[in-house]
Design a protein around this ligand. Structure first.
Ligand code: PEP
Ligand code: MG
Length: 586
């Protein structure tokens, strides 16, 4: 954090390009709403457990924030980590915690009211001392208490709809489900302290076209008195209370970006062919139904990846078959006859869906736990409802079914059996469904699946290579953790070899394959991916024009030669240089 009079600059990761300027809204600011009720005598134990887990969760959050602050250079990082340490102390065996526990037992009130009452009493005691230092401690205790209450109420959905148009939202962390609730007319940009560039919150920001910066250490505490804020989603910078000169500079940059977008728009109806006339399929990844229009505007060949998770987010219970069908109809109809690849549910890991909280449970390690296809196979009704909705929508437009996180051939066989059962049931009821049954493909995003690609190709109709998870699991680097974001690198030779291995297995088995991880939408990688044999890329709709432009400038034979040279290298730095040099010339 650097200060220039009142202007504050926070450095972070630019995860969604664009520049936004607007009034700041601190998501966690203000006193949370506190529900008040009596607890039955027999429920006192459970209430204490609920309070204990809120204390643990608050502790985990604070430790993460403190570790980020410690990694910052200079005095402000030290001040911040000391402050966060002070909050942490308030949660460990403190008067606050003991007081709340006592109130739950003695007065039989719910934990939130007990926290509220205890904070008021402690803070009142501090302010009575009329010492400015102690008055500041009263604010600290309120802050720690507000965090406890937020974690107790676990308010599942954030309300952005009441914000003034054009707000910039600042928060410690947004889940992908939070981001899915943001309407770009309301939320002009957002920034958080936690989160990495390949996580689903970042992907959601790109899908919505909302400029965003994640991993901006110190932001929420430092920006408490923020008025206006600039989000620089390209440079990864958050500027709080910008000066007039800074505002002028960013306005210039914003206009330059807009000019570039207009230039790209002219590519819409031009074909995606290389200079040596190989046609490349460019499709859109769709995370929310409203993206379909953008995909069409940018000339997408179809939807290469429909992440169906959006249907399960921000609601109390999972959607039934009919609701899923209606929602899918909107997307398939919106694509006007272009193929839509619908992926079955991929929650778990960092992608949590409130409506499935019970089924997901508490995983020891969520990224390796009950995620994606594993969850669907464990809860057959969940899978069958989704398959039924997908088969039905197949009657109104061309679709394919895609399975996430596949590791074994057995998983694919089980889903194929389920498809047959569901199809028979629907036919018996004379419900129109896709005829013939849609192709069934799998994501290759687990390293073991890539290495077993030849076996998996025998039971699958197509592959979609998911480099986001493939990189994460191959390198053992959490894609959503800003602390290791600098180590996350799809150019690692291990990742590239797995991509090539998968591509070769698909070519041998004569099944189509595409690539739909975030690198598909980054023109830096286009030459390499085409050189490795990929002819079908799916990306967030906003990236289509710039990738198309790259494809049209490329000589495929040259790209293939460069990819071969890259594959002979073992060093990431050398690989990056070979790629960037090629990009600079061609
Ligand atoms: C991937 O892992 O590359 C992918 C496309 O799936 P998701 O980002 O939804 O995990
Ligand atoms: Mg994935």
């Amino acid at each position: 954090m650097t200060a220039d009079s009142k202007e504050l600059v926070f450095e972070g990761l630019g995860v969604s390009p664009g520049i936004a300027v607007g009034p700041a809204h601190l998501s966690e600011a203000g006193a949370p709403t506190v529900p008040e009720y009596k607890v039955r005598k027999s429920d006192i134990g459970a209430e204490q457990v609920r309070f204990k887990s809120a204390v643990d969760r608050s502790g985990r959050q604070l430790r993460r924030l403190r570790d980020r602050a410690r990694a910052m250079h200079g005095a402000s990082g030290e001040d911040l980590s000391n402050l966060l340490d002070a909050y942490l102390k308030m949660l460990t065996g403190s008067r606050l915690v003991r007081g709340v526990e006592r109130r739950i037992v003695e007065t039989r009130i719910n934990a939130e009211s007990a926290v509220q009452a205890e904070i008021s009493e402690i803070a009142h005691g501090f302010t009575e001392l009329s010492d400015p230092y102690m008055a500041a401690r009263a604010d600290d205790i309120r802050e720690a208490g507000a965090r406890l209450i937020r974690n107790l109420t676990k308010a599942p959905f954030r309300a952005f709809s009441t914000l003034p148009q054009g707000s910039i939202v600042l928060a410690e962390e947004f889940s992908p489900a939070d981001a899915a609730l943001m309407d770009p007319r309301q939320v002009a940009g957002f920034a958080t302290v936690l989160g990495g560039p390949e996580g689903h919150t970042a992907i959601m920001a790109r899908s919505l076209g909302i400029p965003a910066v994640l991993g901006a250490t110190g932001l929420t505490l430092g920006a408490r008195d923020a008025g206006n804020v600039i989000i620089d989603g390209v440079g990864g910078r958050v500027i709080v209370n910008p000066t007039a000169a800074t505002l002028r500079e960013y306005e210039k940059r914003r206009l330059a970006l807009r000019r570039e977008t207009r230039r790209f728009a002219r590519l819409r109806d031009l074909p995606a062919v290389t200079r040596d006339e190989t046609e490349i399929q460019l499709s859109a990844n769709v995370d929310l139904p409203q993206e379909t229009a953008l995909a069409m505007r940018h000339g997408a060949a179809g939807v290469g990846l429909l992440r169906s998770e959006y249907m399960f987010m921000n609601r109390e219970t999972p959607p039934n078959e009919e609701e899923q069908y209606q929602s899918l109809c909107e997307i398939v109809a919106g694509m006007e006859g272009r193929p839509v690849t619908i992926r079955t549910l991929d929650v778990g890991g960092e992608k949590l869906a409130y409506s499935l909280g019970e089924q997901l449970g508490d995983a020891v390690n969520p990224a390796l736990g009950l995620r994606a296809i594993r969850l669907s196979l464990k809860y057959p009704k969940l899978l069958e409802d989704q398959l039924a909705a997908i088969l039905r929508v197949g009657a109104i437009g061309p679709i394919r079914i895609l399975l996430p996180m596949i590791a074994t051939t057995g998983e694919v066989r089980r889903v194929r059996e389920a498809i047959n059962v569901v199809a028979r049931r629907l036919k018996r009821r004379r419900v129109p469904i896709a005829d013939p049954l849609p192709p069934l493909g799998i994501m290759i995003e687990v390293p073991g699946a890539a290495l077993a690609a030849d076996a998996l190709a025998q039971v699958s109709d197509f592959f979609a290579i998911g480099t986001n998870d493939l990189t994460m699991y191959t390198l053992a680097i959490d894609r959503a953790d800003e602390q290791v974001a600098h180590l996350y690198n799809p150019l690692h030779p291990a990742v590239l070899r797995l991509i090539r291995f998968t591509a070769q297995a698909a070519l041998r088995a004569r099944i189509p394959f595409s690539l739909c991880g975030e690198i598909a939408g980054d023109p830096r990688y286009t030459a390499l991916l085409l050189g490795l044999g990929v002819r079908d890329l799916s990306m967030s709709a906003g990236s289509l024009p710039k990738v198309k432009q790259r494809v049209r400038n490329l000589e495929l034979t040259a790209a293939t030669g460069r990819a071969q040279a890259i594959m002979e290298q073992a060093d990431i730095g050398r690989i990056a240089t070979l790629l960037d040099d090629f990009n600079a010339l061609a």
